[in-house]
Design a protein around this ligand. Structure first.
Ligand code: UD1
Ligand code: UDP
Length: 383
């Protein structure tokens, strides 16, 4: 019998950061041929990750266009996947999380009657339009998937409530923690010189990111004005913001935040730079999913610039708080952490609800077990 051909499909920066370690782990298994197809829903931000992990895709759909629409991404991915599947003939397709690439990758696999493994399965807000379109993407992928790799037991419970209860559901931890273990180093020296010069010890370095579609418009304006106010009112704060390449985000940043004192607006950072900056900063303000998982593992408090989160585990552990999208609320919550040492210390403890760094091994073991290449089902990850 030939090797099991496992095709990992991804296209955006976060999917790449979370899937590259898995593609590599699968490549170490003697019974598996690990292949990788990128949709390039992101181009520069994807390529930067591929470079960090030294991964060369077997297929590249190269679909990105400026200001792309959801239907544009989905339809181009579907057409491109037809060709990739015909050429690479996978036995299993892996998709990750909740992007348009994820949904189109899973739907395409279904059209070709190829089993689907969903990595980072079972996250939910139960709000159809928030995060948009991610909540619906992951619900739809759950309807298609054959194997579910849940980061946490809570994610498995969400799936159980929707009737997914078989032995095809695995709790593995999140592969982002595997990635973090390869990138963060105490003696790390930044390639971006500006980051080497930041006063990590003498001042409070706040790390910011913001990009979500449901925050476009008024919420993003409120967030930018809140960041401006925080920087203006606190001379002991330096705010570092690697700005997403989305033109919608850049317009908002330019209109409401650029020019504020002590605000460093920089280009998106390579993953290694970002992870090490996070490890050295004081506080994270973000609407990102990935940062909500990474920062707690590094003991950094997070204020989430959204109304809700599908990642309640770190909120329960006390390192993450929802700040919402109202200017005054964000300013009040950030100021408390900047000025009140004990409030800060209460949030600044390292917790690892999202993984122990061995998620890729568990997922690869689960795939081997499911396809008869291993006798024992891997044990679930327990926090
Ligand atoms: C996408 C995902 C979102 C994920 C985010 C991670 C969807 C619908 N959205 O949102 O779930 O959280 O990625 O960052 O799947 N651009 C570039 N170069 C790049 C990347 C983006 O120029 O390398 C610009 C392009 O103009 C592009 C725009 O950003 O059209 C938006 O990219 P898109 O993938 O549609 O949306 P994101 O907000 O990045
Ligand atoms: N990230 C990065 N460079 C940046 C901003 C983010 O490498 O300039 C990483 C971050 O550490 C995390 C992932 O990108 O691993 C999160 O991606 P993003 O916020 O774009 O998407 P989300 O997680 O919200 O889907």
């Amino acid at each position: 019998m030939g090797k099991l051909r496992v095709l990992s499909v991804f296209g955006t920066r976060p999917e790449a950061i979370k899937m590259c370690p898995l593609v590599k782990e699968l490549g170490t298994r003697p019974g598996i041929e690990s292949l990788c197809c990128v949709t390039a829903q992101h181009r520069q931000m994807l390529d930067a990750v591929l470079e960090v992990f030294r991964l060369k895709p077997d297929w590249d759909l190269d679909i990105m266009t400026p200001r792309q629409t959801l239907s544009g991404i989905t339809s181009k991915c579907l057409l491109g996947m037809d060709e990739a599947i015909a050429a690479l003939k996978p036995d299993l397709i892996l998709v990750h999380g909740d992007t348009s690439t994820t949904f189109a990758g899973a739907l395409s696999a279904f059209y070709h009657q190829i089993p689907v493994g969903h990595v980072e399965a079972g996250l939910r807000t139960y709000d159809k339009y928030s995060p948009f379109p991610e909540e619906m993407n992951r619900v739809l992928v759950s309807g298609i998937a054959d194997l579910f790799f849940c980061p946490t037991a809570g994610n498995r419970e969400n799936l159980a409530r929707e009737g997914h209860t078989g032995d095809n559901i695995f709790v593995t931890g999140n592969t982002v923690i595997d990635a973090l273990k390869t990138t963060v180093r105490e003696d790390y020296c930044f390639e971006t010189d500006e980051l080497n010069r930041l006063p990590y010890k003498d001042k409070k370095v706040l790390l910011v990111t913001c990009h979500r579609r449901e925050n476009y418009g008024e919420p993003m304006k409120n967030i930018m004005l809140a960041l401006r106010q925080i920087a203006e009112d606190h001379p002991d704060v330096e705010l570092v913001y690697p700005v997403h390449l989305s033109p919608v985000v850049r317009e908002s940043v330019d209109q409401y935040l650029r020019g504020a004192p002590r605000v460093h607006l920089i280009d998106p950072l390579p993953a290694g730079e970002m992870h090490n900056l996070m490890a050295r900063c004081c506080l994270v303000l973000t609407d990102s999913g990935g940062l909500q998982e990474e920062a707690p593992a590094l003991g950094k408090p997070v204020l989430v610039l959204r109304r809700e989160t599908e990642r309640p585990e770190a909120v329960a552990a006390g390192t993450v708080k929802l700040a919402g999208v109202v200017q005054d609320d964000i300013v009040t919550m950030a100021e408390r952490l900047i000025t009140d040492k004990s409030a800060y210390q209460k949030m600044a403890h390292a917790v690892n609800p999202y993984g122990d760094g061995h998620a890729c091994r568990r997922i690869a073991d689960a795939i081997e077990w499911r396809f008869g290449l291993r006798e024992e089902r891997p044990a679930d990850y327990e926090t």
